[in-house]
Design a protein around this ligand. Sequence first.
Ligand SMILES: [Mg+2]
Length: 226
Amino acid sequence: MNKAVFFDIDDTLLNTSEFADIARRSAIEAMCDNGLPVEYDEAYDMLKSIIKDKGSNYGGHFNLLTKELLGQEDPFLIALGMTTYHNVKFSLLRPFPRTMAILIYLKSKGYRLGAITNGKNIKQWEKLVRLNIHHFFDIVITSEEVGVEKPDPEIYLEALRRMRCEADKSIMIGNKLDVDCVGAVNAGMSAILVNSTLSDEEKERVNKEDINIIVLDNISDVDTIL
Ligand SMILES: [Mg+2]
């Protein structure tokens, strides 16, 4: 029977939040320097609230920003913002230290590897391809294709079916207690929390509910326990 390790993608394999934030700030600076009539911070806050409102996968954040500030869309500023955002993002995008070594290690130990991620198919694949780690993954499952998001156990069960793997032979690795770890445990899998520390409240909950997880400071430590 197959044994498998499944990974979350964002903030587990790569520093998604950090590079997205820097890329957004760079885009805003370029737009303000070229005529968007507000201070950086104000424009940034507006962009953040548009993203919160519309979701990160909505395609027209910069369109709305110019419309709100100028009364109509400004094609030049929109293009400038989008281009700056993408250029900065792709120049910063990188896996966490030793991520590649961990993937190679797990393969050498006979694990099949999968990714279980909340997000859009192509966007999530794009991250793996740009990092050049896509070939490590036997399957990649997104919430878009399954129709439910983590921590719904169904997305984990679908991943197990596709991997032809039993829950008790599989491990989920992710950076969020609820979304990645509790969801996986509820589907019968083991779980490892990485790149994240538990708050006091979360620690109390883990003890009280006897949630069986392992906590590691970094993804680079995974080979100390698997
Ligand atoms: Mg994550």
